[in-house]
Structure formats: C-alpha cells, structure tokens
Design a protein around this ligand. Structure first.
Ligand SMILES: NC(=O)c1ccc[n+]([C@@H]2O[C@H](COP(=O)([O-])OP(=O)(O)OC[C@H]3O[C@@H](n4cnc5c(N)ncnc54)[C@H](OP(=O)(O)O)[C@@H]3O)[C@@H](O)[C@H]2O)c1
Length: 243
C-alpha cells in the first residue's frame, strides 16, 4: 500500500511543490487549505483528498480532524507537513512591528502558524505513531535573523514553531515519530514582498530565489528512511541567507 502524507497549505506555492514531490514519489497525498485545489499536468488531486478548512479557526480544528480521520480509516499516517502560514504586511509591503500589531493581528498569525500545527499533530498523533511517521514544520529565515519585510508577529510565530519542533521531537521520540523543520529563505511564491528582489542581491550569497521544488526535496528527505536518525533538526534551505 502507498504511504500517506497530509500537507497543509498545498493550494499554491511551497505546499503545492511539496504535494507534487510526494505524488511523484508514489505517496497518497492529502491536503488542507481554505480554497479548493486545482492540479496541473503532473498532479491532479481528487476532491475527496482535499479538506477545506480555515486554520485561523483553530478553536474548531476538531471538525476537520474528524474528517481527516474518517478519510484515513485504519490507515496509518506516514507524514504530516505543517506548511500553511501567513505573513501579513502593510499595503506598501512594509513589515508590521510590535507597535503596528493589535491582539487580533497576533492571534490570527499564531492561530495559523503555531496553534494549528500543534493541534493537528496532537489530533493525528495516533495515526503518526501507528506509521512510525514523520512531522515536518515549515519555519523561516526569520527564525535565524531579523528580516526587512517579515513582521515581528510573523517572526515570533516562526520562532515559536521552531520551539514547538524541538518540544514535539523530544516528546514523540519514544513513540517512533520524528519531528523536524525546514527553514526556507526567499522562495519564489506569492507570499513574497514586492521588494524581495532588492534583498536577494544584498542578503543571499547565492544571489537567486529558491524554488518550491528545492524546499520540497528537503521536506521529502526528512520524511524518508534516509533521515531515520534525524529528529529535532531545522534544515536551512536559503542559499546562505543566514550567514
Ligand atoms: N515563500 C517564502 O519565501 C517563504 C520563506 C520562509 C517561509 N515560508 C513559509 O513557507 C510556507 C508556505 O509559504 P508560501 O510562500 O508557499 O505561501 P503562499 O504562497 O502564500 O501559500 C500559503 C498556503 O497556505 C494556505 N493558507 C493560508 N492561510 C490559511 C488558513 N488560514 N487556513 C488554511 N490554509 C491557509 C494557502 O491556501 P488557501 O489560500 O487555499 O487557504 C496556501 O496554500 C509558509 O508557512 C511560509 O511562512 C515561505
């Protein structure tokens, strides 16, 4: 039987690239996001493998967990990729600092970027344990350094997701579940700021954007048997941007 992965935020960008990679490697791919999913020439998902849910509604996450568990039936879950994330900016593309962010702004970001990954992993823990599976959280270069466009609430949420990765790796090691993170730099997706081109030149030693496929390769590696002794790691995929 094929292995199964659940990927959040796979309707576009990095998540779509991760879904294409797992599909190409012969895995069954389940996805979750707010919009319906449209495939392309390499991957045509079926409607019943996509769960429509707004992760800002973390309070009601048990509703979508029930749907996912129903779909899985008795099948173990080999991998969970917590990829969905939001990085709201000001209309001119500038970052939002502490002074510019009220409680609702912080809560929205933490619901999607931190609480949803924790609660999804919690709900799917039995299926992941049954598979001796892997979790990969998508963090960000903002964990390693202050970023000119990503705001303080976003950076804080990704640092929290890095901490959550460490805590879950420690907690779940006894269950045979490995938990790691992939930290992208500037990857060519719609989340980028209109000013990204400026910092690729000044901040990225390799002087180019990364592609969703390059993040997908790292995520796939961490979910594969080739990474069987790796847990609690954060793999930086950023063309040297942290240096
Ligand atoms: N691109 C980069 O340079 C970069 C750098 C560092 C880190 N990252 C991280 O990588 C991950 C993917 O980023 P990306 O660049 O691919 O972003 P993106 O193109 O904006 O895609 C974000 C994905 O998340 C989903 N999503 C957003 N809000 C959601 C919500 N409330 N509930 C459910 N799904 C939601 C979106 O789908 P729907 O609209 O259908 O809901 C979409 O599929 C994020 O965690 C981001 O923080 C990206």
């Amino acid at each position: 039987m094929n292995k199964v992965v659940l990927i959040t935020g796979a309707s576009q960008g990095i998540g779509f690239g991760i879904a294409e990679k797992f599909h190409a490697e012969g895995w069954d791919v389940l996805t979750l996001s707010r919009k319906p999913l449209t495939g392309d020439e390499t991957w045509n998902p079926t409607a019943d493998s996509h769960f429509i849910f707004d992760l800002e509604d973390a309070e009601h996450i048990d509703d979508v967990l029930a749907e996912i568990k129903y779909k899985l039936g008795n099948r173990p879950l080999d991998a969970l990729v917590n990829n969905a994330g939001i990085s709201p900016k000001l209309p001119n593309g500038d970052r939002v600092g502490v002074v510019g962010a009220d409680y609702d702004f912080w809560k929205r970001i933490f619901d999607v970027n931190v609480f949803a990954p924790a609660l999804l992993t919690r709900g799917l823990h039995p299926a992941l344990k049954a598979a001796q599976g892997a979790v990969v959280n998508i963090t960000s270069i903002v964990v390693q350094r202050v970023h000119p466009f990503a705001g303080s609430p976003y950076a804080s949420s990704k640092a929290a997701l890095g901490g959550l990765t460490r805590e879950m790796a420690n907690e779940f090691a006894k269950d045979g579940i490995r938990v790691n993170a992939v930290s992208p730099g500037e990857i060519d997706t719609p989340i980028l700021s209109i000013k990204t081109a400026e910092i690729v030149e000044s901040h990225v030693p390799m002087k180019r954007l990364g592609s969703p496929a390059e993040i997908a390769d790292a995520v796939y590696y961490l979910c594969s048997d080739q990474a069987s002794y790796i847990t609690g790691a954060e793999l930086l995929v950023n063309g040297g941007q942290h240096l």
